[in-house]
Design a protein around this ligand. Structure first.
Ligand code: DQA
Length: 148
């Protein structure tokens, strides 16, 4: 168990647009706001966070693979890939690391195609619908799980 765990934060496609993207659904916080909040929280929790966003599935998979041996947990909002990507799930699963899945919106209150997640089945837990606060709740829970 690492005293100061390294947490990889992954943001999937279109999350670079947060703040201006459908704010009625995703809120007004930008990705920089969310990452800044997580960095500050990491200082309080005694962990390290590294955030990565990409609109490209392969780049996300490469970054997840690179976490093996250097990170203790992954906090991820896979964006639309949640509902479509077996490969992303396989990469997360291959790391053997605890994965916490976060969604800003409540995907279960939205279109039926968002009710299925390829990630949830290999995740430690899922937070959906708490907006930007969900990342904070997720980071705290993930670090506590790693320390248990
Ligand atoms: C999302 C929900 C997904 O269905 C959507 O494709 C996203 C964002 C969320 O954070 O609520 O891009 O993951």
């Amino acid at each position: 168990m690492a005293a100061s765990p390294n947490i990889l934060v992954i943001h999937g496609p279109n999350l670079n647009l947060l703040g201006t993207r459908e704010p009625d659904i995703y809120g007004h916080a930008t990705l920089a706001d969310i990452d800044g909040g997580l960095a500050e929280q990491a200082g309080q929790l005694g962990c390290a966070v590294e955030s990565y966003q990409s609109n490209h599935e392969g780049e996300l998979i490469d970054r997840i693979q690179a976490a093996m041996g250097s990170c203790e947990g992954i906090l991820i909002n896979p964006g639309g890939l949640t509902h479509s990507s077996v490969s992303l799930r396989d990469a997360l699963s291959a790391t053997g690391l605890p994965v916490l899945e976060v969604h800003l919106s409540n995907v279960f209150a939205r279109e039926p195609f968002r009710h299925q997640s390829f990630v949830s089945g290999i995740a430690l837990g899922v937070i959906s619908g708490l907006g930007a606060r969900g990342y904070s709740v997720g980071l705290e829970a993930l670090v506590a799980h790693i320390r248990d």
